[in-house]
Design a protein around this ligand. Structure first.
Ligand SMILES: Cc1ncc(COP(=O)(O)O)c(C=O)c1O
Length: 358
């Protein structure tokens, strides 16, 4: 054992969605909100191209930022790319937080907000949700002199609920102007709800909002680790100063450019997701399993009115090689999160439920 001194950081480390079941070979992993249709053929071809592996990647991800800026009609200089949006969250926390600062996160929210905030020494304050939906009133109640950042994902993971366009605008208006609002648009592409608007569209010209986006979901590049942030130029400049110089690898950068522009694959994925999310929701209703309104590429299933418990169903499915996300680390009782998979995986889920409830 080493006697060297180092920081003792009190956090529960992130537990990724499970991907293995003891002894089983053919696993269906529906626990990490990954792309149902994998990666597009066009992107796969790009990845297979010979690239100069010996050379450092473009530290500024210029080509990718140009593509992002063109596609989303936003400013090149205000975009920062990261090894997943995860890294952008980390850079924000490093840049903004010092010990005793406070960060507000909704009660059931993506775990990395609280983890990186705590690592930076800040105090994490949880705002209550109502019916598993973020409440802007509850967020505002938690604001103190020490509040520096409010993090939220819209739609939210793991609850699948979302704040309406109006609610988001009100939240920004009512929050003190020197509090940074981070709106995580990770699942934006799946959203077909009329009262929803993306953080990017709403706030791209705001001086106190940062938007997060990822290539890990609909674009199917979770393994390559690539995401981006959008915010005021002076903040993005400061973030660029402290980011690791070659944080995004070259394969990820060129794959992401192709992925962004593969409209066919994106619209196929959206259709697939909508079809299955609606179908699943109906099927689950027959078993008295409640779920959120269809939104992103997952459903949060609540078993309170069901004759079986979440843990019983989880075990039964795992015995047949199907993995859903348990909600222990999020502190949500009697619930499981199901990622919409490909048709084969989804049909297997349906058949397994039929068998269990027979
Ligand atoms: C809301 C939210 N933000 C960010 C991420 C992480 O994305 P990335 O893979 O880009 O780090 C996830 C992944 O599950 C997520 O659910």
């Amino acid at each position: 054992m080493s006697l060297l001194k180092f920081k003792k950081i009190k956090i529960e480390t992130y537990k990724p969605g499970k991907s293995k079941v003891f002894r089983l070979k053919n696993i269906i992993k529906l626990s990490a909100n990954e792309s149902a249709l994998g990666v597009s053929n066009k992107v796969q071809k790009e990845i297979n191209k010979k690239i100069k592996l010996f050379a450092y990647p473009d530290s500024k991800s210029k080509d990718l930022r140009k593509s992002i800026s063109k596609k989303f009609k936003c400013k090149f200089d205000n975009i920062i790319c990261g090894a997943g949006s995860d890294e952008i969250i980390q850079i924000i926390c490093t840049l903004f937080l010092k010990p005793k600062d406070e960060v507000i996160v909704p009660q059931y929210s993506f775990l990395m907000y609280r983890i990186y905030s705590k690592i930076a020494g800040a105090k994490v304050v949880f705002s209550k949700e109502k019916n598993f939906k973020i409440s802007i009133d509850e967020i505002l109640k938690k604001v103190s002199k020490k509040t520096k950042i409010v993090f939220l994902a819209n739609p939210n993971n793991p609850t699948g609920t979302y704040l309406k366009k109006k609610e988001l605008i009100i939240l920004r208006k009512k929050l003190r102007s020197n509090i940074l609002l981070v709106v995580d648009d990770a699942y934006v592409e799946y959203m077909r709800n009329k009262d929803y608007e993306s953080g990017l569209k709403l706030f791209k010209n705001k001086s106190n909002v940062i938007i997060l986006r990822t290539f890990s979901k609909i674009y199917g590049l979770a393994s390559l680790r690539i995401g981006w942030g959008y915010g005021p130029k002076n903040i993005i400049d400061a973030m660029n100063k402290i980011k690791p110089p070659f944080n995004v690898n070259a394969v990820a950068q060129s794959a992401a450019v192709v992925a962004l522009n593969d409209k066919k694959f994106i619209s196929k994925s959206i259709k697939h997701n909508l079809f299955w999310a609606k179908k699943f929701k109906k099927i689950f209703e027959n078993y008295s399993i409640k779920s959120n309104e269809v939104s992103a590429n997952f459903l949060l299933l609540n078993f309170d009115n069901c004759k079986f418990s979440a843990s019983y169903i989880k075990k039964k499915l795992e015995n047949n090689g199907i993995i859903l996300r348990g909600m222990k680390s999020y502190n949500i009782k009697n619930a499981l999160r199901l990622t919409i998979g490909n048709s084969n995986a989804n049909n297997k889920v349906v058949n397994n439920f039929k068998k269990i409830f027979r």
